[in-house]
Structures are given as C-alpha cells and as structure tokens.
Design a protein around this ligand. Sequence first.
Ligand SMILES: CC(=O)N[C@H]1[C@@H](OP(=O)(O)OP(=O)(O)OC[C@H]2O[C@@H](n3ccc(=O)[nH]c3=O)[C@H](O)[C@@H]2O)O[C@H](CO)[C@@H](O)[C@@H]1O[C@H](C)C(=O)N[C@@H](C)C(=O)N[C@H](CCC(=O)O)C(=O)O
Ligand SMILES: Nc1ncnc2c1ncn2[C@@H]1O[C@H](COP(=O)(O)OP(=O)(O)OP(=O)(O)O)[C@@H](O)[C@H]1O
Ligand SMILES: N[C@H](CCC[C@H](N)C(=O)O)C(=O)O
Ligand SMILES: [Mg+2]
Length: 484
Amino acid sequence: MKLAGLLENHTYEIIQGTLNVNIKSIHHDSRCVDEGALFICIEGYESDGHQYIHSAIKQGAVAIIVTKEITIEDPDILIVKVKDARETLAHLATRYYNRPTSQFGLIGVTGTNGKTSTVNLIERILRYSNKKTGLIGTIENKIDDLVIPTEHTTPDALELQQLFAKMVEANVNDVVMEVSSHALDLKRVWGAEFDIAVFTNLTLDHLDYHKTMEAYRDAKLKLFMMADDAVINIDDPVGAYIIENTTSERLLTYSCLNHEADLYAGDIHIDIRGTHFLLNYEGKTYKVDIQTPGRFSVYNALAAIGATLLRGVEIEKIVEALGKDSIIEGRFEVIKSESGYYAIVDYAHAPDGLENVLKTIQEFAKGRVITVFGCGGDRDKSKRPIMGRIAASYSDYTVITSDNPRTENPQTIMDEVEVGVIPLKKPYVRIENRIDAIKHGLDSAQKDDIVLVAGKGHEDYQIIGKTKIHMDDKEIIRSHIQEA
Ligand SMILES: CC(=O)N[C@H]1[C@@H](OP(=O)(O)OP(=O)(O)OC[C@H]2O[C@@H](n3ccc(=O)[nH]c3=O)[C@H](O)[C@@H]2O)O[C@H](CO)[C@@H](O)[C@@H]1O[C@H](C)C(=O)N[C@@H](C)C(=O)N[C@H](CCC(=O)O)C(=O)O
Ligand SMILES: Nc1ncnc2c1ncn2[C@@H]1O[C@H](COP(=O)(O)OP(=O)(O)OP(=O)(O)O)[C@@H](O)[C@H]1O
Ligand SMILES: N[C@H](CCC[C@H](N)C(=O)O)C(=O)O
Ligand SMILES: [Mg+2]
C-alpha cells in the first residue's frame, strides 16, 4: 500500500524521501518491525519511540513517522513529520484496514464502573437476537465464539483496527466494546465510527493518569462527540454534563430515580441470586429478572436495554434474553459453602464499586460480612484509604491483603488502605499473601455469613513487580471449601 494514499486528509511534512514508497506493514513498536514496514515513533510515558529508529531501520523499516527533528544517514528512507503521532497512528490504521467500523454497528461503553458488565449484557442480548457479534473488553476479546486473550480494556489503535478488520472478515453485524478513559485520551479509538455511545457513571478512579476529575470526565465526553446516538445514565450528575455537550443526535436516558427518563426502573427487589424490577418504557411496563444482585446491576441492565433498543432489538426479546443469562465472570459471583456461608467474588476495585457491592450485600446479609481486599499498585493512590474506610464501615471484619502490587511494595499499599480502616475501630487484620488472606476470611465465616473477595474478579493472575504469577480468587475459594 502506498503511504501517499494512507496519509490522505492528514496534515504532515515530508522531511526526506518520497511518499510513493510501498508500505507492507505499520508498527509503533520497533520490536515488531519487519521488511518494508512503516515505523511510527511515539513519545510515550515509559520510553520514546524516536530512540528506536535505528533498530527499526536495521529490521527493514522503509519509512519513519516522527514528531521530533531527527537526521538519518540513509537517504532512501522516507521521513515524515506529524504533530500528533497517536492521531496519525489511528488515521493510518483506520485506512490501512479499510475503515472496518463502517461495515458494522459499533457500540462503545464508557464510565468508571460497569463497562465490562454492560458490554457483556449487550453482547448476550444481540446474540440472543441472532446477530453475529464482536466484543472488545477487559476480560477478553471475542469474534462470535472465538475468544482472543487481551492485555488492555481497549487495545491501541493499530491492534484495534486490525481486530475490527478480522470482525469484518467474519461478517459480524454488531461490535460492542469498552472504551476506557485512557483509550479516549490516547486516541486509541480515534477514527472509529461509533453508532452508539453508552455512559454508565463517573466516580473516583485513575487520578494518577488524569490528575483531576474534570480531565477524567472530559476524556469520557470524547466518546459522545463521536457517536450518532447515546444512552445516558441521568442519575449520575455527569449524565447532564454529557447531555449538554454531546453531538449525538438521538438520546435515550435511563434512571432508577427519575420517572421522566426514557427507561425507568422501579420496584427493585434484590436477593443473593439476582435482582427483579419493573421497567417503564414508552408507557408500558415490563418485568425484568437478572441474575446479578444489586442496584448497580439494574443500571447495567438499563444501559444494555437502551443500546440494544437503539440497534433495533425488540423490547420483549431483550427482556427475555436478560432473564436467561446475565451472570458475568468475576462480577458478583456467588459460591455457597456446605456449612451455609457464602463467598462472593467481585471485581470492585474503585470506591464506588466497592460501596455498591457492600451495600447490596447489606440488603440481604443475615450473618456477618467479612471483606477480603487490597488495592492495585502503580495505580491511583488516592482511592486506597477511601476503599479502606468503605470496607470497614460495611463489614464486620476486614482482611486487608495484596491485589496486583506491580512495582510497589505491597506493605506500603496496605499501610495506605489501613489509614482508612483504623478510625472505624472495627476488627481487621493484614495478611499480605492473598491466598492466605482469602483462606483466613473463609475460615472466619460461619453459617449465613458472607465473605466478599473483592478487586480481582476474573483475573487469573497476580502481578508482582513485572512478573505475572497464577492466582485465581475463585479457584482458591473452591479448593478451600466444600461447595454446597
Ligand atoms: C498510560 C498507558 O496507557 N500507556 C500505554 C501506552 O504506553 P505509551 O504509549 O506511553 O508507550 P511507551 O511504553 O512509553 O513506549 C513509547 C513507544 O516506544 C515504543 N517502543 C518501546 C520499546 C521498544 O523497545 N521499542 C519501541 O518501539 C512503544 O511501542 C511505544 O510506541 O501504550 C503501550 C503500548 O500499547 C501500553 O502498554 C501502555 O499501557 C500501560 C502499560 C498501562 O498499564 N495502561 C493502563 C493504565 C490502561 O491503559 N488501562 C486502561 C483501562 C483503564 C480502566 O479500566 O478504565 C485500558 O484500556 O486497558
Ligand atoms: N453500574 C455500576 N455502578 C457501580 N459499580 C458497578 C457497576 N457495575 C459494576 N460495578 C462494580 O464495579 C466492578 C467492576 O465492574 P465492571 O468490570 O463491569 O466495570 P468496568 O467499568 O469494566 O471496570 P474496568 O475499568 O476495570 O474495565 C464490579 O465488580 C462491581 O463491583
Ligand atoms: N482496569 C483497572 C483494573 C484494576 C484491577 C485491579 N485488580 C488492579 O490491578 O488494580 C485499572 O487498570 O485500574
Ligand atoms: Mg472493564
């Protein structure tokens, strides 16, 4: 493919060489460069792509895109300068793969919590209505039944467009994806043609990256400048801000508090196995049953209902699909022990998520609540004492442990969590080893107690330093208790 065509409608400056060069592949990682490749240099958070130009050329790169002044001895190498390498990467990737998102319906879900849950519900509803789907998210990527493992919630622009192109090849009708705030800020979804954008909620998280809640909110808002239609939670104050600023033409609002919303859920009943509510839509009432407990699950269901309605699925079919299959891996998964207590594995890893899950548990807990949790390293530190306070206030006993410490000292992370726990003057313990912590939580439980194991949900690993070891909360629980 000629670079001239790929760069059409983009601003750039040729430093040396001719645009007539044939590009066989595009890479931003020098380690992947092969013969005939275009190498695009990104100034990143950890390193600078410009450092790797020479090794890229050695490996066969014929063209380099830069944002800095550089000189190269080989006059045959094409050098092009652009202003924003991440935007250029997305522009090139979109064109290289022939604008795949113009070939299917694309739904993007953003918000602090509930993206994975909502995306999976949407996929299940669409599949239940006989659509062929693609899914991109935290747990995995999927093309119809084919599961593709993933590292990121939202892949980088190159990987993303390549994945979209595979979805086109597989003739999918609809793709539903999680769009993280990092992805929006780093232009990973730049150039994707969204039909629908969904807003779940905005609460404290990721301030290590965005610095302020306003910047975090405005990163999320970008998705609502890219989509034709939008589905918005108006119970979250940021919903109004999005409605004010979005360029989407058609809006569907949802709420559990405001009868004026397009989709309103009332008469909510929660038990340990699920949630039941009455949905008001276009003057009619529908009884909805989902298999995840909690008000937050009602919000996720409403978001999924809104998105699939906009994709043309009939309301009756949607309600039927939700009733059949709405359990999501690692999201409020319940394991009952033979001796009559329950363990719940959940991915709550931010204050709002943890509070929602614990409030839900309070609604049906007959015995004591024991919470085992920690916070991830190299991530927003401000949430640690807040999560500590929330855990201790809603639990009878708190076990502070390690999550993914990454390059931080786990004891320091636990110290920061403990700062929030201490003032509540309730029983707690620190056990760094997560396996021992979970076992201790379970051993402390009696009939009717609930042991919440939070933070890692579906994750089957623990990241210590830069190393991943196998660790699976559900597996640990199942091997330690007799299941009922
Ligand atoms: C802040 C962030 O998201 N950073 C991501 C980003 O890094 P970066 O662009 O700054 O890249 P860098 O590592 O500094 O390297 C700069 C450039 O040099 C290149 N390079 C590097 C080394 C080399 O030998 N040769 C080479 O060419 C790299 O390919 C890159 O182009 O691009 C990298 C490659 O795609 C990602 O691995 C990296 O994810 C980091 C590790 C990360 O942890 N990101 C998390 C926070 C994230 O994105 N999370 C969200 C979910 C959040 C949520 O749940 O809401 C997600 O969407 O997953
Ligand atoms: N709508 C919601 N509102 C608040 N909390 C929620 C909601 N849905 C789920 N949660 C809580 O947040 C946790 C994470 O949910 P989920 O994985 O769906 O969110 P996410 O937005 O995909 O997270 P991530 O940013 O890690 O991808 C759940 O395990 C649950 O505890
Ligand atoms: N997508 C979230 C996942 C957090 C999961 C938790 N187990 C952790 O490692 O902090 C993040 O990157 O902040
Ligand atoms: Mg997710």
